[in-house]
Design a protein around this ligand. Structure first.
Ligand SMILES: *[C@@H]1O[C@H](CO)[C@@H](O)[C@H](O)[C@H]1NC(C)=O
Ligand SMILES: *[C@@H]1O[C@H](CO)[C@@H](O)[C@H](O)[C@H]1NC(C)=O
Ligand SMILES: *[C@@H]1O[C@H](CO)[C@@H](O)[C@H](O)[C@H]1NC(C)=O
Ligand SMILES: *[C@@H]1O[C@H](CO)[C@@H](O)[C@H](O)[C@H]1NC(C)=O
Ligand SMILES: *[C@@H]1O[C@H](CO)[C@@H](O)[C@H](O)[C@H]1NC(C)=O
Ligand SMILES: *[C@@H]1O[C@H](CO)[C@@H](O)[C@H](O)[C@H]1NC(C)=O
Ligand SMILES: CC(=O)N[C@H]1CO[C@H](CO)[C@@H](O)[C@@H]1O
Length: 827
């Protein structure tokens, strides 16, 4: 073909344009019903996995397990303070490699939801804001403030540009179908007055100007400016209505469990109740749902928010902290996802939808289709099971459950009938040898002479300074030091003198003239206490040394960023004579400040520390504050996840081969009272105080050591013990499936698996009406002894599947009841 010069130019320009426009761009949009992908309305199930709460080495396995669990998309926040620890100095390396995480999602063929925030409501230190932001002159966070908006836009643009560069938005052929700006601002907006509304409008405009080619969402923002889609977060979102008729009903945070705080109990949420909340949401018109969390993971280093969020962020999620499949939650939701996907067409393209109140807390919903309609039956009664006559058939719908009938005739799923195995996880000792070898510990005392004896720091101010301002989050530790001159005739003198310090609720250790006088700490949700200890003072000069240790900065609430940390003040000496107290206020004294501890400056936790020869191997001190401990250990064999048991220790931070595995605090016990009985009743509205366990036990005893932190031969564990403890019981264990149980209904196929190891024995099997719970099943009145059938099918195999019918399991004489198979097996 002959071309003129100008035709040729046009042709070349066209090729150039084509090559810049990726071949497989996906069109993501929405109408009032659902998110559409390439024009098709979709039912989307998404799960939150935060990249920084696991390791890059764990990502492929976590994402694969999410995909196997029937999830369509992985959602993550972006953590600003990880990526920009110092203004305009960026870190996207290792576990901070957001792009690698998104590409891992892409390579599993899943979609991704990117919640840029950059405020993150994730129990993450300071809500994801770098603390330097707080210290910028003239700044006010999360409101119409030019300094803040400039920084927020700068970071948001940086992330968007990085993602665009790698063609990761769906509009470029990538996996990201949705992005989020701000986060749950609607919950706090009223505290910011008119500036709050101006800010959220600015957020929407700024987001739109990023031109990402996929929809933006704003969660918990009922006045979200168009085209932002307002979405719901909560335990249940079935009653939610988006702000615009053009927005689909979307649930961005369905809390699968809850986080844990130091001193708190273990909050669990049953698989039945999570499934109920999800099924109910789809019954009443939902089309997008995200599990918060699908994998919770670990708050490594000092990333935990607070104050007082634990290092574990397990969240009772479908994948446990270490990445193991958490059964039955994972499997029960997988079954639900399969059914929801199978009815995608009716849920999104119905001719008519009718929900009918059947009385007694019962309801039905019919999604009418030209040929085969789909129905839901719900029983919201919290105690009474129901038999519902529906379109000529009878259905048993247990209390607090939803049944899904894809053809309106057969029940494919009921949220209260769990047909998935329960996995009982166990922790196993280091090696095959029966007695773990005692570890050879060395130790060092933290060097504190300069602070305790001299009271000298590099910065002096005539006031008590908020720890965020003084330390910029360079360390948990900040020394506040002053000296006070007490002439012999000072009115404060008495036989009963105390030091009173108004603290912010974080940990405080007090010293006077180099002598320790005591410590104080609070619990989650307490922002204030008065530390008061008796002191012996000398006439003349006295040195007051206070060490403040933060336990994660506040991360939630209106103006959360302004909540003070460290010592609030006043600091006073009180002299008591009878009923009279004389106070001497030291708050405006010259206070010296020093950030951090000597051992941290010298990187004693690092494998290459230049002080490696200075560790002592003589008699190991126990219950001694401010002590460093070090040992070597061999990694447990195999691939199972590894934890270190820190029972016996007080509080501090731990490192494996220089990698921080987080703050530890096994001496902080959960309350004795208020735990749930053995089993948790799934029926009735859930909240995080409903099903709690672990009363009277250490809040967190085991700490995750990712495999990638260790090597094959010798590894080093370093502990900084702040409170005093005894490391002699410390040992490494693996977390694996110990035994499995199931109690599944006939007409299903039961899959049993030891997750990678063979099933070594089947100890119980009864088909009919078995009674009891996992660990104590008994045969019921109706029983086909199914033990040998199950043994033959399963023993010696990594997994087996059993068809639950009389044909396979033997006939019973119990007539028309719904028969179940209860099984117990050892891995
Ligand atoms: C962020 O701000 C710096 C100046 O501090 C500027 O050089 C950079 O281009 C900005 N980045 C973006 C993405 O706007
Ligand atoms: C939808 O259902 C309602 C209630 O049953 C009925 O009144 C209405 O006519 C139906 N609409 C269509 C288009 O079938
Ligand atoms: C639940 O069921 C019981 C027994 O049928 C009934 O007495 C009670 O009123 C029901 N509760 C509600 C809220 O419907
Ligand atoms: C501890 O030291 C002893 C003596 O040096 C040695 O025999 C033993 O193997 C060491 N234990 C470990 C766990 O390294
Ligand atoms: C000192 O004062 C404290 C606080 O008022 C009081 O509890 C304590 O009994 C007093 N001790 C003496 C020895 O008077
Ligand atoms: C301690 O500080 C808090 C916060 O500023 C204040 O509310 C409280 O009254 C103070 N307590 C004392 C005893 O001064
Ligand atoms: C939308 C929603 O359900 N929000 C709830 C989330 O959970 C908290 C704590 O239980 C409730 O206070 C909210 O109403």
């Amino acid at each position: 073909m002959a071309m003129s010069h100008s035709q040729l130019l046009l042709f070349l320009a066209a090729i150039l344009l084509l090559s810049q426009c990726p071949a497989y761009a996906t069109d993501v949009s929405h109408d009032g019903r659902a998110i559409t992908i390439d024009g098709k309305r979709r039912i989307l199930l998404s799960g939150s996995i935060h990249y920084a709460r696991s390791t890059a080495e764990m990502w492929p396995d976590l994402i694969k397990k999410a995909k196997d669990g029937g999830v369509d998309a992985i959602e993550t926040y972006v953590f600003w303070n990880l990526h920009e620890p110092v203004r305009r100095q960026y870190d996207f390396s290792g576990n901070n490699d957001l792009i690698r995480f998104i590409k891992t999602i892409q390579s599993e063929g899943l979609y991704s939801v990117l919640r840029i925030g950059p405020y993150v409501c994730a129990e993450w230190n300071y809500g994801g804001f770098p603390v330097w932001l707080h210290n910028m002159p003239g700044i006010e966070l999360r409101t119409a403030n030019d300094v803040f908006m400039n920084e927020m836009q700068n970071f948001t643009s940086l992330i968007v540009n990085m993602v665009k560069q790698e063609n990761l938005f769906a509009s470029q052929g990538g996996p990201i179908i949705l992005a989020q700006i701000e986060n749950e601002y609607g919950n706090v907006m009223s505290s910011y007055g008119d500036a709050g509304k101006a800010y959220i409008d600015w957020c929407a405009n700024m987001a739109v100007s990023q031109d990402i080619g996929v929809p933006w969402i704003m969660c918990q923002q009922s006045d979200a400016p168009q085209p932002m889609i307002n979405t719901c977060n909560g335990w249940y979102c079935d009653q939610f209505t988006p702000s615009s008729p053009d927005s689909p009903k979307m649930w961005t945070e369905n809390w699968t469990g809850w986080f844990k705080s130091w001193g708190g109990k273990d909050p669990l949420r049953t698989a039945e109740d999570v499934a109920f909340a999800v099924a109910r949401f789809f019954q009443l018109g939902g089309t997008f749902q995200n599990y918060y969390m699908y994998h919770g993971g670990t708050n490594f280093g000092r990333t935990a928010g607070g104050p007082y969020i634990t290092t574990t962020y397990d969240y009772d999620a479908p994948l446990d902290e270490y990445g193991n499949i958490h059964q039955p939650k994972w499997g029960h939701l997988k079954d639900l996802h399969a059914v929801l996907h199978s009815i995608e067409d009716s849920l999104t393209n119905y001719i008519n939808v009718t929900t009918t109140d059947l009385g007694d807390s019962l309801s039905s919903t019919v999604y009418t289709m030209p040929t085969q309609s789909t129905c839901f039956l719900a029983n919201l009664n919290t105690t009474a099971d129901a038999t519902i006559d529906f379109q000529g058939n009878q259905f048993t719908v247990p209390a607090w459950s939803v049944s899904i009938l894809p053809d309106c005739e057969n029940e494919a799923y009921n949220t209260a009938k769990v047909n998935t195995q329960i996995s009982v996880m166990v922790k196993k000792g280091n090696t095959a040898e029966s007695e773990p070898e005692a570890m050879n510990w060395t130790w060092r005392a933290e060097v504190m002479d300069d602070t305790l004896m001299l009271g000298k720091g590099p910065v002096v101010a005539h006031q008590l300074i908020d720890q965020k301002a003084a330390a910029d989050d360079a360390s948990d530790y900040l020394w506040y030091m002053t000296s006070v001159d007490l002439p012999e005739d000072d009115p404060v003198w008495s036989d009963n003198m105390t030091l009173q310090v108004n603290g912010s609720g974080h940990v405080l250790h007090g010293y006077v003239n180099g002598d320790y006088i005591g410590s104080e700490f609070a619990e989650y949700g307490v922002f204030n206490y008065v530390f008061e200890k008796p002191v012996k003072l000398n006439p003349g000069k006295n040195l007051i040394t206070l060490l403040s240790a933060t336990v994660g900065y506040q991360n939630y609430g209106p103006m959360f960023d302004m909540i003070q940390s460290g010592i609030i003040g006043p600091v006073m000496i009180a002299g008591k004579k009878g009923d009279e107290t004389t106070l001497k206020d030291l708050s405006a004294h010259p206070w010296s400040y020093k950030i951090g501890l000597h051992g941290f400056d010298k990187q004693l936790y690092s494998v290459n520390s230049d002080l490696s020869s200075s560790w002592r191997s003589d008699q190991l001190p126990v219950n001694k504050m401010m002590t460093w401990y070090k040992t070597t250990f061999k990694a447990p064999l195999g691939d199972d996840p590894v934890v270190v048991d820190l029972l016996g220790l007080g509080k501090g931070e731990a490192w494996v081969n220089g990698n921080s595995i987080g703050r530890y605090w096994p001496s902080y016990l959960a309350d004795e009272d208020g735990c749930s009985p053995d089993a948790c009743d799934y029926r009735g509205s859930y909240d995080n105080n409903k099903c709690v366990f672990n009363c009277g036990q250490p809040t967190q005893r085991w700490y995750h050591v990712p495999r990638s932190f260790m090597n094959q031969d010798v590894n080093t564990l370093v502990l900084f013990e702040e409170f005093g403890g005894n490391p002699s019981l410390v040992n490494f264990q693996t977390v694996t499936v110990g035994s499995i149980c199931a109690n599944a209904y006939e007409q299903h196929t039961l899959e049993l698996s030891c997750q990678g190891r063979p099933i070594s024995a089947v100890t119980f099997a009864s088909f009919g009406s078995p009674q009891g719970t996992c660990g104590s099943y008994e045969k019921g009145d109706c029983d086909a002894d199914a033990l040998s059938v199950v043994q033959n099918a399963c023993v010696g195999k990594e997994s087996c599947s059993i068809d639950l019918s009389e044909k396979t399991l033997g006939s019973t004489t119990c007539g028309d009841i719904a028969k179940r198979l209860a099984v117990e097996a050892v891995c």
